[in-house]
Design a protein around this ligand. Structure first.
Ligand SMILES: Nc1ncnc2c1ncn2[C@@H]1O[C@H](COP(=O)(O)OP(=O)(O)OP(=O)(O)O)[C@@H](O)[C@H]1O
Length: 243
């Protein structure tokens, strides 16, 4: 479970987070919805302890990532917008390296590489070096790395960008499986269809503030609007300004 209370973060004069609060539960996929520049990436980076918050509290299964970053990172998979692939390593070598960093045994690593390769349909690239990989291929490798150690918490920053239809479906299947296994998934996305079909809970963030949380249906009921996309626009205002 991830609990966030009144988290604030500025970069100089830019107030990226101005008070974000929510709870993301285990065995749920929680969408983080917000306009460009709303603070989603900043929030995710703060949750894993890559950025220091200025104020507020964060508890990941009760642990503050600022107090104990290593223990939090062992239990988290984080897909960022920067994939950080090593071009001279094959996908298999790259995944094995991260498996070792996460303290997995060799047989475990070999088994999991086979599983994520099948899950994400990566058979064609698992033995290729990543130099020259397409955007979709790069994101698959990064996703595989994120899933390899079966993290208790999964934070995904726009995971389906650049994926083709088959890969998007594979990603959704992988997330549903993780949810069944009790994983707490938070996913920043702009794809409303993904939210409607996949997500149990939605956090709406605008201008650095959390403005609403609920199931897609609850957000529609709250705004009196049938479509989630229109409800979202109503909640954040046409210009991304909180209604
Ligand atoms: N390192 C930084 N230095 C200065 N400003 C930053 C930095 N990182 C983020 N910001 C600013 O903080 C605000 C929130 O940015 P963030 O990337 O978190 O938004 P986002 O919701 O992820 O946006 P998008 O949907 O466009 O990816 C923006 O105004 C951005 O310009």
């Amino acid at each position: 479970m991830i609990e966030v209370r009144d988290v604030r973060k500025s970069f100089g004069d830019v107030k990226a987070l101005k008070g974000v609060s929510f709870t993301a539960r285990d065995a749920q996929i929680t969408a983080l919805l917000g306009p460009n520049g709303a603070g989603k990436t900043t929030l995710l980076r703060t949750l894993v302890g890559l950025l220091r918050r200025d104020a507020g509290s964060i508890a990941i299964d009760g642990v503050d990532p600022q107090q104990d970053p290593m223990s939090v990172r062992r239990n988290i998979g984080f897909l960022t917008d920067q994939f950080g692939l090593y071009e001279r390593l094959s996908t298999r070598e790259y995944l094995a390296y991260f498996g070792q960093l996460n303290g997995m045994s060799k047989p475990d690593i070999a088994r999991r590489i086979d599983q994520v390769t099948e899950l994400l349909g990566m058979e064609d690239i698992v033995n290729r070096r990543s130099k020259g990989f397409s955007q979709g291929q790069r994101i698959k490798v990064a996703l595989a790395r994120t899933l390899l150690h079966k993290p208790r918490h999964l934070l995904l920053d726009e995971p389906s960008r650049g994926l083709d239809v088959m890969s998007t479906r594979a990603l959704r299947r992988a997330l549903v499986l993780l949810r069944e296994q009790g994983c707490c998934v938070i996913m920043a996305t702009h794809v409303m269809q993904e939210v409607t079909h996949l997500c149990d809970d939605v956090i709406v963030i605008a201008q650095g503030q959390s403005v609403a949380q609920g199931t897609p249906q609850q957000l529609c009921e709250r705004t009196g609007i049938a479509s989630l996309e229109d409800a979202f626009v109503s909640l954040v205002g046409e210009e991304g300004i909180v209604a």
